[in-house]
Design a protein around this ligand. Sequence first.
Ligand code: C5P
Length: 423
Amino acid sequence: MMSVSLTNKNILLGIGGGIAAYKSADLVRRLKERGCDVRVVMSQSAMEFITPLTLQALSGHPVASSLLDPAAEAAMGHIELARWADLVIIAPATANLLARLTAGMADELITTACLATEAPIALCPAMNQQMYRNAATQANLACLAERGYTLWGPANGSQACGEIGPGRMLEPLDIAIMAEQFFSQSATPAVAAPNPTVAAPNDDTSAKPLLGQAVLITAGPTREAIDPVRYISNHSSGKMGFALATAAAQLGAAVTLVSGPVNLPTPEGVTRIDVESAQEMLDAVLEHVDKKHIFIGCAAVADYRVQAPASSKIKKATEEMQLALVRNPDILATVAHLPHRPFTVGFAAETHDVEAYARDKLKRKNLDMIAANDVSVAGLGFNADTNALRVFWPQGNQEFPATDKLTLARQLLSLIVKEKQKT
Ligand code: C5P
């Protein structure tokens, strides 16, 4: 596929010292075929896995690796390189490199460039699954995410060391697509890509397991009016629901997204219905749920609404005021109790006893599956770009460690496809 969706973009690719470094050569090609200029920085250990010559030939530029090389500094110094980039991608981002970035080290060119750049930095973690699960790595990732680094991946699967689990670097094509999506989502008119279509990770039908499936998703918060100018709401950004809609559409589904008030662009190919209150969300869901195969309730629906919203602005005439609240309908449980219901998936944001509360909701709301996140972990969940999920269904459970919400959405949808086939 030839596209020019990264035209005029400068991408600095930082390669860490892991076995996945061999894939970085292909990544350079995948990025360049999308029209961008790529310069490569390698860590000292990366050069044990792949030669700078390979990357120089593919990128068309000398490869920088040392802070102390007068010739390289004279050509394009480390500060210039950091300023030149519109986006920095670190792939593979090894456990060691993540730790050094968390500590803010400038011990070699690759870490220094990350400190010196104002460009967004996307990390593509790649390591043994146990190293990935280690609390130190997870804490580093959460800290980096909180500081504004973007996480792309890792994927689950078989690893070079023979183990199976999370820690595989995303495939080069997927990373190139993430870069396209990154610019198309943050595009301003001046830098908008001439051909901003976002490709699915693969165009063959085997990569589209949701082909022929109709999926309904709720996302974002709801707003419950107090009077014409005030409302009760919550901090949901809608990012997880929108990531699910994006991923479901890429996997071939016909997607309808019922969204509360959020500040997000409509994903490519998705039908979006905007609502404000829980009652409006329920009405929209009931209107569109017919013939849907999958329903995912990702919205943070307000539990209560004001019993009698004022028709004109309430004046501050008294020192105290009381609002009478009444329970909102449970949209997810309503769908889950319909006679011909779709495969119904809920979300649960918990701060403790995650499994017990999630399993209770699974049963009480009559769900097929529930995805729980621990919102007490800094940098994850509400309003963040990353999340981690523990998914439960009557016969099993699976953990998806912290990663960006789009990767997580793909992982959750694959699990939904697998479990739905069994019903
Ligand atoms: O009960 P709780 O709010 O923790 O449940 C969360 C799940 O239920 C989410 O999937 C959410 O979208 C859904 N929900 C709903 N309607 C409500 C409350 C929650 O659809 N009124």
